[in-house]
Ligand binder design. Structure first.
Ligand code: AP5
Length: 217
C-alpha cells in the first residue's frame, strides 16, 4: 500500500507509523527523521535543515522534495510506503503527484490524524526520544520507559527534541494550519482522505487506522 500520514505536530504520526508500517510490511519514511539523521551526521543537508527546524519552519521545498524522492527511489519502497511528514505543503503534494504519475502508481489513502490542540501540546511537552533510534518514542506520562531517561528497546539515552520547546511548538502549529492543512483538501478532491480520531490509547488508534485501510481483524 502507498499511504500518507497527516496530522499536527504531536498527533502521533511517528508512533502510529511504526506500528502501521510493521503490520503492513512497508517502510516508514519520515522526512523529519531523515533531516535529524543528516543533522547528527553533520552533512551539508543537515546543516541547512537545522536552522529551519529549530525555528519551527519548513525546510525549503528545493531540498525536501529531492530528499524525499531519493528515499522513495530505494528498492524497499518499490512495493509500497508509509510517508510521515511529507508532503507538508501544496508544492510538495503536487511534486508527489507528479512523481507517482511518472512511476505509474497511485496513493491508496491519506490518513488524517485528528487530535485537539491542547492534547497535542501535552504530548509534545512530555515526549522523549532515543538517541540511537528516533523511532523509539516515549512520553513521561503516557508511555513511560521502565527506567527514567533510558530507552526500553535498546538502552539508549532519551532526550527532548530541540524543536519541542514551547515557543517553537507554537510556531510549528501555526505552520501546520497555514501550510499543511490545505493539502487535506487537495487529497479530498482525489477522494483519498480518511480521518482517524487519534485520542485514546496507541493500540486503539492503530486499530482504527487499520480498519480504515480495510485491514481490520
Ligand atoms: P517532524 O519530525 O515530521 O515533526 P512533526 O510533524 O512536527 O511531528 P512530530 O514528530 O512532532 O509528532 P508526531 O505526530 O510524529 O507525534 P509522535 O508520534 O512523536 O518534523 C520536524 C521538522 O522537520 C518540521 O518542523 C520541519 O522543520 C522539518 N520537516 C519535516 N518534514 C518536512 C517537510 N516535508 N517539508 C519541510 N520541512 C519538513 O507523538 C508525540 C508524543 O505523544 C510522544 O511522546 C508519544 O509517545 C505520545 N503519543 C503518541 N500517541 C499517543 C496516544 N494515542 N496517547 C497518548 N500519547 C501518545
Amino acid at each position: 500500500m502507498r499511504i500518507v500520514l497527516v496530522g499536527p505536530p504531536g498527533a502521533g504520526k511517528g508512533t502510529q507509523a511504526a506500528y502501521l508500517a510493521k503490520n503492513l510490511s512497508i517502510p516508514h519514511i519520515s522526512t523529519g527523521d531523515l533531516f535529524r539523521a543528516n543533522i547528527s551526521q553533520g552533512t551539508d543537508l543537515g546543516k541547512e535543515a537545522k536552522s529551519y527546524m529549530d525555528a519551527g519552519n519548513l525546510v525549503p521545498d528545493s531540498v525536501t522534495i529531492a530528499m524525499a524522492e531519493d528515499r522513495l527511489d530505494q528498492d524497499d519502497a518499490g512495493q509500497g510506503f508509509l510517508l510521515d511528514g511529507f508532503p507538508r505543503n501544496l508544492g510538495q503534494a503536487e511534486a508527489l503527484d507528479g512523481y507517482l504519475k511518472d512511476k505509474g502508481v497511485k496513493l491508496d489513502a491519506v490518513l488524517d490524524l485528528e487530535v485537539p490542540e491542547d492534547e497535542v501540546v501535552k504530548r509534545i511537552a512530555g515526549r522523549r526520544i532515543c538517541r540511537n533510534d528516533s523511532s523509539h518514542v516515549f512520553h513521561v506520562d503516557y508511555h513511560k520507559p521502565k527506567t527514567e531517561g533510558v530507552c526500553d528497546i535498546c538502552g539508549g539515552d532519551l532526550y527532548q527534541r530541540e524543536d519541542d520547546r514551547e515557543a517553537t511548538v507554537r510556531k510549528r502549529l501555526e505552520v501546520y494550519h497555514t501550510e499543511t492543512e490545505p493539502i487535506i483538501d487537495h487529497y479530498k478532491a482525489q477522494d483519498l482522505v480518511v480521518t482517524i480520531p487519534a485520542l485514546g490509547k496507541v493500540d486503539e488508534v492503530t486499530r482504527r487506522a487499520m480498519a480504515a485501510l480495510g485491514k481490520g481483524e
